[in-house]
Ligand binder design. Structure first.
Ligand code: S3P
Length: 178
């Protein structure tokens, strides 16, 4: 394992499987898994929609950066499920790139729309005219940032287990897993 970049950050749009894959990957690699959204909810003692509603997106984004700072400086290796918008801030991208390997879980727009169909806990998607039009706007802003990832794994039509195995295979190839 390359010690200077020990953490594993999963990035990607909502619904790409970051949280579920992080749990399985952590178990497979025998290291801690961290879910940034869950950590922020714990810190505020409320759900993400409630944080957005009561304190605004800015407070959520500030908390995201604070949490990332804590994780990136930790000596314990973590597999990290980031929130879908975490990559938008350059300071966040720099922290991830410096302290770990960044893996983008990619998924077709069609499948994302299907997976997010009944989601009511993602305030970013309930803002615009429709969830689909908002997804399109967010994706067009974020796609260029996804290309900066060290690895890209397609998740369309794959189970969480299959995605995890693909990630492990890629990590082994690059010397990040035994
Ligand atoms: C967000 C995605 C969410 C969560 C928050 C903001 C975004 O995470 O961090 O609602 O900006 O796209 P998931 O990617 O886990 O849905």
């Amino acid at each position: 394992m390359k010690p200077e970049r020990k953490h594993i950050y999963l990035i990607g749009f909502s619904g790409s499987g970051k949280s579920s894959v992080a749990k399985q990957l952590g178990a497979k690699l025998r290291c801690r898994s961290a879910d940034m959204d869950a950590m922020i909810e714990k810190r505020f003692g409320m759900s993400i929609p409630e944080i957005f509603e009561r304190y605004g997106e800015r407070a959520f984004r500030d908390a995201e950066t604070t949490i990332l700072k804590i994780i990136s400086r930790s000596r314990t290796r973590s597999v990290v499920a980031t929130g879908g918008g975490c990559i938008e801030k350059s300071v966040n991208r720099r922290m991830m790139q410096k302290s770990g390997i960044v893996i983008c879980l990619q998924c077709s727009m069609r499948e994302l729309a299907r997976r997010l169909h009944n989601s009511n806990d993602r305030p970013m998607l309930t803002r615009g005219e429709s969830p689909i039009s908002t997804m399109k706007i967010l994706l067009s802003r974020r796609k260029p940032l996804y290309t900066q990832a060290d690895m890209k794994i397609s998740t369309s039509n794959l189970t969480i287990g299959e995605v995890t195995s693909r990630v492990v295979a890629q990590l082994r190839k690059c010397g990040y897993a035994d």
